[in-house]
Design a protein around this ligand. Structure first.
Ligand SMILES: C[S@@+](CC[C@H](N)C(=O)[O-])C[C@H]1O[C@@H](n2cnc3c(N)ncnc32)[C@H](O)[C@@H]1O
Length: 245
């Protein structure tokens, strides 16, 4: 069982604030703040169907049915509920108790799902090598580099040999057009924000570290993953498909 990385009191303060902000987002409108900026249930669900299929691409369904899935930053189980039927056991972890209350409701018909609230910086509730597939979508995009680094090491620790890690992070926008698109997406999100949620869209903890493709590949390599495939999935996002040797 991992002890989890040591933290300074400033870092604990940062995580406490992070939790509080996600609690507020989950209370104001958990759908809006979960990946799509959509407040419409049907639109949210259809987007989730597409993303869940994307995360399962290339994986052998016969093998998955004996495997353990971990969803880091699972939120209201938008993806977890859709991925769980493919696995023997599916575990979601999140920093926000309110998100997890939604997740329990969303997965009420899936007896193989368990959700865990964490301190927000590790996977200390899991023993080494006990999971086979880890998904971390739209969660690292809100984290600073140090925290992402800790999570990558933790994911490596809890994965069994040949385990897969699929994750999305922010892509460093490197052209004027990319930067213009990034600003217009933020403007659009603020316009669509629910009442009382405008400030939560662009609060200081909302945007996490942004990577170039080589920087991301190097961090995964340093965390022990190989092979690592980094794919650009839009102007603002990089997706990782990495294996624990
Ligand atoms: C944008 S939502 C995405 C939720 C889900 N992965 C999805 O795709 O629907 C981000 C989630 O990450 C969680 N989160 C934020 N910081 C976290 C941390 N340090 N540790 C664990 N979860 C965190 C939030 O509470 C929130 O539920």
């Amino acid at each position: 069982m991992g002890d989890g990385p040591r933290f300074s009191s400033a870092e604990h303060g940062f995580l406490r604030d992070m939790r509080e902000r996600w609690e507020q987002r989950a209370r104001v409108d958990f759908r809006f703040f979960t990946a799509t900026k959509s407040r419409d249930e049907a639109e949210w669900a259809s987007h989730a169907d597409g993303e869940a299929a994307w995360f399962l691409r290339g994986l052998d369904p016969d093998r998955l049915s004996n495997q353990v899935l971990l969803d880091v930053g699972c939120g209201p189980a938008r993806l977890l509920a859709r991925l769980a039927p493919a696995f023997r056991i599916a575990i979601g972890v999140d920093i926000s108790a309110t998100m997890l209350a939604h997740a329990r409701h969303e997965t009420r018909d899936h007896p193989n799902v368990d959700v865990v609230r964490s301190g927000g910086h590790g996977l200390e509730f899991l023993r080494d090598g006990t999971t086979h597939c880890v998904v971390m979508h739209a969660a690292a995009i809100h984290m600073p580099l140090d925290l992402i680094r800790r999570y990558f090491r933790e994911v490596h620790r809890v994965l069994a040999p040949s385990g897969r890690f699929r994750c999305t992070v922010n892509r460093l926008t490197d052209t004027v057009d990319d930067r213009a698109e990034a600003s217009s997406l933020v403007e659009e999100a603020i316009c669509r924000a629910p009442e009382g949620g405008e400030e939560l869209v662009h609060g200081q903890d909302y945007g996490g570290h942004s990577f170039t493709e080589p920087e991301l590949a190097a961090l995964l390599d340093a965390s022990g993953f190989a092979p690592v495939v980094v794919e650009r999935v839009g102007p603002l996002t990089l997706a990782v498909d990495a294996t624990r040797p």
